[in-house]
Design a protein around this ligand. Structure first.
Ligand SMILES: C[S@@+](CC[C@H](N)C(=O)[O-])C[C@H]1O[C@@H](n2cnc3c(N)ncnc32)[C@H](O)[C@@H]1O
Length: 217
């Protein structure tokens, strides 16, 4: 249960505020998040997408990892979903690929059960308030069905000076320092996922978990 874990920050901003914030950031986002790119790519790589598969990226942002996913999945389909119309517009402009885009909330996925073979979520699960994370993970399980693969890239919890300093900034500037560290492996296990691989890397001294999980057969 969540009460056994080290408590993690709650999210107080509304979805409308989050959406407006990413709409504003969208034009500069690639520049702002350039250092995160290798982490996103590592998450996408873990999915080992095969020709003909159906793939979903939740919180796809400006879509930097969608082209390689689409290349691997062809003739299957890749869908990028995001709350922010601004981020989706940037993604749409850059992609000459047949990627489909959907503006929606990842907590309420507008897809049928077992629609996808693989789902990616990079630096996005941390944006949901604590009670909503299991809701998002249940939605991912629903759209994956049996034997689905789910790759997550998230800021990780750790009792270190760097993480405490980062959390201090998150508390003071929640609209700017918005991703907060979460215990993704425990959350995935609680949501009924089986962890296949778990890497931990450092980004500006902060721990990042890159996890491949699977739904049960
Ligand atoms: C920190 S960015 C990460 C973008 C991209 N995945 C990456 O790794 O660069 C978070 C993304 O999640 C989107 N987002 C925030 N809340 C969301 C929600 N409730 N449902 C879907 N997307 C959401 C934001 O608009 C933004 O594009």
């Amino acid at each position: 249960m969540m009460s056994r874990q080290r408590p993690f920050r709650s999210v107080t901003r509304s979805k409308a505020t989050a959406q407006a914030s990413y709409d504003r950031l969208s034009r500069y986002y690639d520049w702002l998040a350039a250092s995160e790119r290798p982490f996103r790519e590592a998450g996408a790589h873990l999915l080992r997408v095969q020709p003909g598969e159906q793939v979903l990226e939740l919180g796809c942002g400006t879509g930097t990892v969608l082209p390689p996913l689409q290349q691997a999945a062809a003739p299957g389909q890749v869908i990028g979903l995001d709350l922010s119309a601004g981020m989706l517009q940037v993604a749409q402009r850059r992609l000459g690929f047949p990627v489909a885009f959907v503006q929606a909330d990842a907590a309420q996925l507008p897809f049928a059960a077992a629609r996808f073979d693989a789902v990616l979520m990079s630096f996005t699960l941390e944006l949901f308030d604590t009670p909503e994370i299991p809701v998002v993970l249940a939605e991912v399980r629903r759209v994956l069905g049996k034997n689905g693969r789910f790759a997550t890239v998230t800021l990780a919890q750790q009792n270190s000076f760097a993480v405490r300093l980062y959390e201090w900034f998150h508390d003071k500037l929640p609209n700017w320092v918005d991703c907060r560290p979460i215990p993704t492996d425990a959350l995935l296990a609680e949501a009924g996922f089986h962890i296949v691989t778990h890497q931990r890397r450092k980004l500006w001294g902060l721990p990042v978990d890159i996890i491949l999980a699977q739904t049960h057969a």
